[in-house]
Design a protein around this ligand. Structure first.
Ligand code: P6P
Length: 336
């Protein structure tokens, strides 16, 4: 059977599901930028891009050289194509305005250009996460600069979401709202080739992902749930569980999409002003859309992540996502 590349898949989607041509073009451009990021990441020390810069991002996190490079790659790839009204990134305080010399388009793109970047210097998988929404109303008239309010749409408004994971293979995992597909980068051809045509999250699991070092800071429902997981076969859940924590959301979510699991980054008592670590607009929302499209569940502990009405571009939310049986259980403990 001939190999289906991302370009061919998107063309066929356009015919069968009326995917707008400008959305198709946007996805292809983002994928091309991810190929360039993959190339930079894979060079490691040979590329002179390991280590940190002297700067911090809006999150107060020290920026890795590859954070900054990946952000620039995505901005430069997407600013000229005429598909976007504006962009927003974990690495930038304010939305990025499309330069006046380029046409604007109907979509908004948000992204975490290099998620898990603390893992780069130790050669552990990292990734790029992205989300696409429509620009509300006529917000893309040529001369307006867009404030963050145009981005503050609930995750149900996303028209596409995806991530690239830079691991032993580089993969692009994508949803356009019709299920989840996976493409593997063929470095010889330079193309993303369809290798996973219907990714589904197993409904039950025996594997959980959480940073256990924060256990003393968790709220009661999470304490209860994790205690039950650790109690194993002799406990109320009646089976033994395994634990994995890569500290790279893209890698942890990819494992869960592949073999099931429950991923948790709960709020904790260390900093009440921060309801968790992960950001809604370019981590939780795109991953929640992907997980739900694959048959999983994604909540903030009490409600569906995709229903959250954002109040700020860089707001953080608690995240519980993955196999339905387990996410429903821990969410039920919060709502008990
Ligand atoms: P911790 C990476 O910095 C990240 O944003 C996610 O990719 C990851 O799941 C989480 O933070 C890891 O956080 O506190 O375990 O280092």
């Amino acid at each position: 059977m001939s190999r289906v590349t991302l370009s061919r898949y998107l063309i066929e989607q356009t015919r069968s599901h009326n995917t707008p041509a400008d959305l198709r073009f946007l996805i292809e451009v983002v994928a091309r930028a991810c190929k360039e990021i993959s190339h930079a990441v894979s060079k490691g020390a040979l590329g002179g891009v390991l280590g940190s810069t002297e700067t911090e991002n809006v999150q107060g996190e020290v920026q890795k050289k590859l954070d900054v490079l990946s952000n620039e790659i995505l901005l430069e790839a997407n600013e000229w194509g005429g598909t976007l009204a504006a962009m927003a990134s974990e690495e930038m305080d304010e939305p990025y305005q499309i330069p006046g010399r380029y046409p604007k388009g109907a979509y908004l793109l948000t992204f975490d250009p290099l998620d898990g970047s603390s893992n780069i210097d130790v050669n552990v998988s990292v990734g790029t996460i992205f989300s696409v929404m429509r620009c509300p109303g006529e917000c893309f008239s040529q001369n307006d600069s867009l404030g963050e309010e145009a981005f503050l749409q609930p995750g149900t408004q996303q028209v596409a979401a995806g991530y690239a994971v830079y691991g032993p293979q580089t993969m692009l995992v994508l949803t356009l709202g019709e299920g989840v597909i996976g493409f593997t980068l063929d470095r010889e051809m330079g193309s993303f080739v369809l290798t996973h045509d219907n990714i589904r999250v197993p409904e039950s699991t025996a594997e959980f992902a959480i940073n256990m070092s924060n256990q003393r800071h968790w709220e009661a429902p999470v304490q209860r749930y994790v205690d039950e997981l650790l109690a194993g076969k002799e406990g109320p859940l009646g089976k033994n569980y395994n634990m994995r924590w890569i500290a790279s959301m893209v890698a942890d979510v990819h494992r869960i999409l592949t073999r099931g699991g429950v991923f948790m980054y709960p709020r904790d008592k260390r900093d009440p002003s921060k309801p968790g670590k992960l950001r809604l607009m370019y981590e939780a929302n795109p991953m929640a859309m992907i997980i739900e499209q694959a048959g999983g569940v994604a909540t903030d502990g009490t409600q569906r992540i995709l229903d959250i009405q954002p109040t700020a571009l860089h707001q953080r939310v608690p995240v519980f996502l993955g196999s339905k049986e387990e996410v429903d259980r821990v969410t039920g403990y919060h709502n008990a």
